[in-house]
Design a protein. Structure first.
Length: 168
């Protein structure tokens, strides 16, 4: 009915509760989710795009924003950072792109990416990255751990420290 993936349903429901949107206001959030999805161009909703739609839905409900206000170029809105990042192309671009007028409003003076975000990353010096990771965790790391470190350096280092302390 609302096009909300199951995992997002439970996460968004808890987020709404944490913001004081009790169960009686949940239908407003679910309806806003469907409206946001439509305004965003009926995007494929997987993590993280489903969360971005949820962020905007929560903002609309907590701020009393209507679809018309969001789409009206004359109404200034401080969009959630996740929405700005998505419309900028940080998560890629949907087939056919985002709705032009809304993308211009969300981005303001920022320019959207027109290429795949990964194409813009500098090449990694894998031996140097491995050395850096091993120095930070104080041991040799596997190929899988190197991949984890490259994608999420802080998370990997924190995990490795916790795993090291748990083993002792």
């Amino acid at each position: 009915m609302h096009g909300m993936p199951g995992g997002q349903y439970t996460n968004l429901r808890e987020q709404a509760r944490a913001l004081g949107l009790d169960d009686h206001r949940w239908p407003e959030v679910a309806n806003a989710y469907a409206l946001v999805n439509e305004m965003f161009g009926d995007i494929v909703k997987v993590t993280p795009t489903s969360k971005v739609v949820g962020d905007m839905a929560i903002m609309m409900v907590t701020s009393g924003l209507t679809r018309e206000a969001v789409l009206d170029p004359a109404v200034e809105i401080a969009f959630p950072e996740s929405v700005v990042q998505m419309f900028r192309g940080d998560l890629g671009q949907p087939l056919g792109g985002f709705p032009d007028a809304l993308q211009r409003k969300v981005l303001g003076s920022q320019r959207p990416m027109t290429r795949r975000p990964g194409e813009l990353l500098p090449a990694a010096d894998l031996p140097a990255e491995r050395t850096a990771a091993e120095t930070k965790v104080g041991r040799a790391i596997t190929e899988t751990e190197l991949a984890s470190y490259l994608m999420y350096p802080k998370v990997f280092v924190d995990y490795a420290a916790t795993a090291r302390h748990s083993a002792t």
